[in-house]
Design a protein around this ligand. Structure first.
Ligand code: IDP
Ligand code: MG
Length: 167
């Protein structure tokens, strides 16, 4: 079954110049990239993204981590991969959440670490099921930023929205 998954190259992945390695590993899946961008991560976005973990003792550090405050890289690379069994394929390549338990050849097993503050710095996020993927993709991307119609969308007339144009 065709699926979409959100991938984030987290700030430690960017700081360690791993974007190329990670995308090369993910290209083994032969999935299609249907959206990609660099994103600043507000506290609000980070907290919404990880809201299922808000009661965990590491939540505060996790939010700082995703915002790039631990790596002096205040951005992440966000992508949407699409195709047959996208979630399973990408999660398999990413490896287990705990980088020390992740298979050594997986992305997290190769590049992740546990900090002394106890955060799993595991270089990449991958949605873990279709409903989480839909929630996350809608959180990180607007319909017009995705080059296929993944989910139903409506026309919206935006009035008086301040935006930037080229001079
Ligand atoms: P996932 O990223 O493999 O889907 P989640 O349980 O959704 O795992 O956790 C989100 C992120 O929170 C992880 O990728 C990792 O960075 C961090 N994390 C999860 N569990 C722990 C933990 O027990 N200690 C420290 N950090 C954790
Ligand atoms: Mg998760």
């Amino acid at each position: 079954m065709n699926q979409a998954t959100l991938i984030l190259v987290k700030p430690d992945g960017l700081k360690k110049s791993l974007t190329g390695n990670i995308l090369t590993r993910l290209s083994e899946t032969k999935l299609e990239i249907v959206a990609s961008k660099m994103s600043r991560v507000s506290k609000q976005l980070a907290e919404e993204h990880y809201k299922h973990l808000k009661d965990k003792p590491f939540f505060k550090e996790l939010i700082q981590y995703l915002q790039g405050e631990l790596h002096d890289r205040r951005k992440v690379m966000a992508l949407v991969y699409y195709g047959e069994d996208a979630i399973t394929k990408c999660r398999q390549l990413a490896g287990a959440t705990n980088p020390e338990e992740a298979e050594s050849t997986s992305i997290r097993g190769s590049y992740g670490r546990i900090t002394t503050a106890g955060v799993y710095e595991n270089v990449i996020h991958v949605s873990s099921n279709p409903s989480e993927a839909e929630r996350e993709i809608k959180l990180w991307f607007k319909p017009e930023e995705i080059i296929v119609d993944l989910y139903p969308a409506k026309d919206v007339i935006e009035e008086k929205r301040k935006t930037k144009g080229w001079i």
